[in-house]
Design a protein around this ligand. Structure first.
Ligand code: ZN
Length: 343
């Protein structure tokens, strides 16, 4: 479990106060993994916050396994005491993986609340045949600066809400796998994950209208989901058939949409299969400004249908409502029309 979580306005400036004592002092060396844009905007804040410690920076623009290994090599050669992920999903994932490989402390400073990977201990990296989720270290410290996260592009926050709402169907898939395949099911972790989806539903107006309070809602929902994963020891409570659909889109599209935008639409579709109130999920997504149709997602209709027919092959060991055989093309076409994902 993340040892310490600090959420608030301007908390990045007091970073050093929240560090574990063995990581403070002028002899300490940090490797900061960040993205070019984030670093341009906030490098002075981080440099200032870390005071006398020495710091090197690695700017990454992809979460590829090779990039992550290069970052780990650099951290090793500079004998970094800790690795800091400072940025969106990619920077955080790369830093998390590198820290994990070297068994060094990992500090997470997300600058966007775009999916629960920014706060979880699972790193999703590209470069294998399929998108892979690695169990990495839990951060010793998570610093979520509301002001910084609220000033990220709004599209990222809306996507984060789409990743949180996905827990409605992820948990149903988990229950199904428990009932049909006798898979381990943890009620506490399941409820915690559900809480994150319900939190978005309950506070949809805040997300729609108040950038600061809305950021806090989404961030809390994502943290709740990441704690659920920590307790379950897997991504099960947070990722079901709606995630398989999103991973399938990632595989077949040259330029996929954002993870949380795709899982949001996946949740509408899988909610229909699970026979829960998919209309309500669609209304909530629409209320916060998330895409609910193929057109709004910017994905060709045929690709949506194709992703639905191959989603069950992405992680065959993860049993979901899609079953072992998945949807036929006809069933997939019917589903997208019924839910209005294709109009
Ligand atoms: Zn997700």
């Amino acid at each position: 479990m993340t040892k310490r979580i600090v959420i608030g306005s301007g908390v990045i400036d007091s970073l050093v106060q929240h560090l574990p004592s063995h990581l403070t002092g002028c002899d300490k060396r940090f490797l900061v993994v960040s993205g070019p844009n984030v670093w341009r905007l906030y490098s002075n804040r981080i440099e200032h916050a870390l005071g006398n410690s020495s710091l090197e920076v690695e700017l990454v623009d992809s979460a590829h396994i090779e990039v992550a290994n290069q970052v780990a090599d650099r951290a090793e050669s500079m004998r970094a005491h800790a690795i800091i992920g400072f940025g969106g999903g990619k920077s955080i994932d790369v830093a998390k993986y590198a820290a994990s490989r070297l068994k060094r402390p990992f500090i997470s400073i997300p600058t966007a609340a775009s999916h629960d990977g920014v706060v979880s201990s699972f790193a999703s990296l590209r470069g294998r045949e399929r998108p892979t989720s690695f169990k990495a270290v839990e951060p010793v410290l998570l610093v979520a600066d509301i002001d910084i996260i609220a000033s990220a592009p709004r599209r990222l926050l809306v996507a984060g809400a789409g990743d949180a709402i996905a827990k409605f169907t992820a948990v149903l898939d988990w229950r199904l796998a428990h009932m049909l395949k006798n898979e381990y099911y943890g009620e506490y972790a399941a409820n915690l994950a559900l809480l994150s989806a319900k939190h978005i539903m309950r506070h949809r107006r805040t997300i729609a209208s108040d950038p600061i309070a809305g950021t806090r809602v989404v961030l809390e929902a994502l943290i709740s989901s990441s704690v659920a994963m920590s307790i379950a020891g897997s991504t099960r409570p947070a990722s079901g058939s709606e995630h398989l659909f999103s991973h399938a889109l990632d595989m077949i599209l040259e330029r996929p949409a954002l993870h949380g935008e795709q899982t949001g639409i996946g949740t509408i579709l899988m909610a229909r299969l699970h026979r829960i109130d998919w209309r309500k999920i669609k209304r909530v997504l629409r209320a916060i400004g998330a895409p609910t149709t193929a057109r709004e997602l910017g994905v060709p209709e045929g690709k949506i249908v194709e992703a639905l027919t191959i989603a069950h092959t992405i992680r065959p060991e993860r049993y979901t409502i899609l079953g072992r055989e998945g949807l036929t093309r006809e069933a997939a076409e019917k589903l997208v029309l019924e839910t209005g994902v294709i109009e």
